[in-house]
Design a protein around this ligand. Sequence first.
Ligand code: SF4
Length: 499
Amino acid sequence: MTAEPVATRWLTAEQLGPHFDDGGPVVLIESHEVFRRRPTHRQKAHLYVSALRHRARQLDDRVELVESSSYADALGARGLRGDRLEVVGATSWAMRALVERLGATVLPDRGFVTSRDDFAAWAEGRKPSQLVMDRFYRFVREESGILMEGSAPAGGQFSFDADNRERPPKGAATLGLPAPWAPEEDDIDAEVRATLDALEADGVRFLGSDGPRQFAATREEALAALDDFIEVRLGDFGPFEDAMLAGDSVMAHSRLSVPLNLGLLHPLEVVERVVAEYAAGRAPLNSVEGLVRQLIGWREWVWHLYWHLGPDYTTSNNALDARTPLPASWWAFDSAVIADEVEAACLSSVLTDVAQRGWAHHIPRLMVLGNHALQRGYDPVELTRWFQGAFVDGTPWVMPANVVGMSQWADGGVVATKPYASGGAYIQRMSDYCGSCRFDPKKRVGEDACPFTAGYWAFLDRVEPSIRGNHRMAQPLAGLRRLADRDQLVAQERARTRY
Ligand code: SF4
């Protein structure tokens, strides 16, 4: 009798927590080639390589950490194919194609609360326009019993979003919370820094600046970051979820998307921890529900949409015919270049934050970066590449629905019911950016016309034929038609070269 071959499990950099490991042999692949092919933030590259090497040290003699320019070559050189290779789901369409080609055993996904079958059952029979996040979130709450009291949602409603839109405290530069948890770098981080320095010397161009590692690279660090968030920030998270402060980019946000997307935490354990805080009376429901919605609503929904919408979703959608290349300041990612080219205080502040840290919370992403890109018609494929490379939590699956669908409405209404465009009034209400800006958020024409306010109307003027049939845009378009200075405003914005 011949013994069954023992399958080696290939774990990716998104599968580094204990729930992806069953005790057998493991292969981890560190590919530097990806940094040549795709522009990546230096701190993101550091985090990923550091996390892989830390996991390799923990798994010790059960793991082989391979450095290779190609995943296929690394697996092929070790004879890892067919029943000798197994993976825990696939984390991208490219990985799925590779493991199918190799005939690997594909185990069910483990990094999410809901399965592909759960999503398929929910989506069956629904029109594309009915695949909305709120309904999916409600389905997950009801099926899982999370934050449910019998058949009713805790507190009598599924969403407390309306309670989570407080403005930042007036006159305060920060929310006044202690600095967020940060790891202490170790010998592995020093080696990673040397590796990345050598790659730069060899011509690899990273985005953004290097800096001390800010995010968890190990399970222990991820748990420490979770503890810290619950203790220090959870209470303020809900009310100030949408607020922005130039001097406090983190505010009360958890930044747990980073260890979650490395697989160091399971979303359900985070949900259980914050729900327990509510049950014990230590955290308000609007904060807890807001985080639960981000995790079992938005994050799960975006994951399933990635597969549901297919491998060509990003490249085959451009409903608003957006063709403008991203400006140099976005790719340069250099504080001096940003300061020189970008005058809008909000845009300059957020771009600088991302250059320096590789992270900003969801409102600067959507209402400053995404809003500006939408108004100016930046190419959605290039923009998706940018978001994926620039943000430390930017996995291949997370950005398509977020950028192409939600932020840019390039799919014509599959992910979002209307384009997420807004003028400077929103930014003025929800941030302190406008106070130090040379533009006036109330002005739409003139030398100090706010590029967001004027850009909003110029955007509506440009895309009017494409959105005329959208009933949610009827009111804004009626407003556009009433503008006495429409032609002047449109000419001004067409000529604008600095923002
Ligand atoms: Fe941004 Fe306009 Fe406010 Fe300046 S005035 S910070 S450009 S919204």
